[in-house]
Ligand binder design. Structure first.
Ligand SMILES: N[C@@H](CCC(=O)N[C@@H](CS)C(=O)NCC(=O)O)C(=O)O
Length: 220
C-alpha cells in the first residue's frame, strides 16, 4: 500500500492529485504545518521534516515532482506520463521540474517572509522581490499555454500537475490576480478536472477525520 504524508495545500498536493488522477489506492496521513515543529514524531519518517513523503514498501521519497514521475512510471503505463520514445519527452521532464525548481522556490520565500516567519523576521521587501521573480518566470508558461491547452505531448500530464500546483499556491500569496489571460484560462482548466476536485475533497475529509487544521485556507 502506498502511504502519502501530506499537509493541506502544500507541495504534497502534487502526488495527491496524481494518485487521484490515476485512481491508485493509498493511505493519506495528514500532518499539521509545519510538521518539523508541530509533529516531531514525523522526523523519524523524514529527518528533514518536510512534506511530502511517499512510502512504497522499502521505497521512501521526499521530492514532490520526482514522486509524480515515480507514480506514473512505476504504476503506469499512464497517459499522465510521457515515454522516452515520445517527441515531447524532453519538454515533459523540463516542465515537470520547472514547476518545483523554478516556480515554487520563489513562492516559498514569499510565504516565509510574509506569512510563516515570526513577525519580527518578516520583510515586505524580500516578499515583493520574490513575487516579481515568480511572475517573471511565469512568462515561460504563458508562452506555451497561449498556444495550446496543456504543456506538452498534446495531453494532460504530471508536468501540468507540477506547474498547476505552483498556480494554486499563487493564490495564497495574492498573485493569481496577476496571471495573464492565457495562464488564468489554463489554471481554470486544471482546477476543473475531476482528479483535482477529488484531491481537494480527499484532503478536506482526511483533515477532518484526523483532526488536522488547514492553515493555508482555500485554494479556489
Ligand atoms: N523540493 C521539495 C520541497 C519540500 C518542502 O520544502 N515542503 C514544504 C511544504 S510545501 C515543507 O515541508 N516545509 C516545512 C519546513 O520546511 O519545515 C519538494 O518538491 O517536495
Amino acid at each position: 500500500m502506498l502511504t502519502l504524508y501530506h499537509c493541506h495545500n502544500a507541495r504534497s498536493f502534487r502526488p495527491l492529485w496524481t494518485l487521484e488522477e490515476m485512481g491508485l489506492p493509498y493511505e493519506l496521513k495528514m500532518l499539521p504545518f509545519p510538521p518539523r515543529d508541530r509533529a516531531p514524531d514525523y522526523l523519524a519518517v523524514n529527518p528533514l521534516g518536510t512534506i511530502p513523503t511517499l512510502l512504497d514498501g522499502p521505497t521512501r521519497m521526499t521530492e514532490s515532482a520526482a514522486i509524480c514521475q515515480y507514480l506514473v512510471s512505476r504504476y503506469g503505463p499512464s497517459p499522465l506520463g510521457v515515454e522516452p520514445a515520445e517527441p515531447d519527452y524532453g519538454p515533459y521532464l523540463n516542465w515537470l521540474h520547472f514547476g518545483e525548481a523554478t516556480l515554487t522556490f520563489p513562492q516559498t520565500v514569499v510565504l516565509r517572509y510574509s506569512f510563516f516567519a515570526p513577525p519580527e523576521q518578516r520583510s515586505e521587501q524580500v516578499a515583493a522581490d520574490y513575487k516579481q521573480w515568480f511572475l517573471s518566470r511565469l512568462r515561460g508558461i504563458d508562452a506555451v499555454v497561449a498556444k495550446q491547452p496543456t504543456l506538452c505531448a498534446g495531453r494532460f500530464t504530471v508536468a501540468d500537475i507540477s506547474v498547476g500546483f505552483a498556480l494554486m499556491l499563487a493564490r495564497f500569496i495574492g498573485l493569481d490576480a496577476k496571471f495573464t489571460p492565457a495562464v488564468a484560462d489554463y489554471w481554470a482548466s486544471l482546477k476543473a478536472r475531476e482528479g483535482f476536485k477529488k484531491a481537494m475533497a480527499k484532503q478536506d475529509t482526511a483533515g477532518r477525520v484526523q483532526g488536522v487544521e488547514n492553515r493555508l485556507g482555500r485554494a479556489l
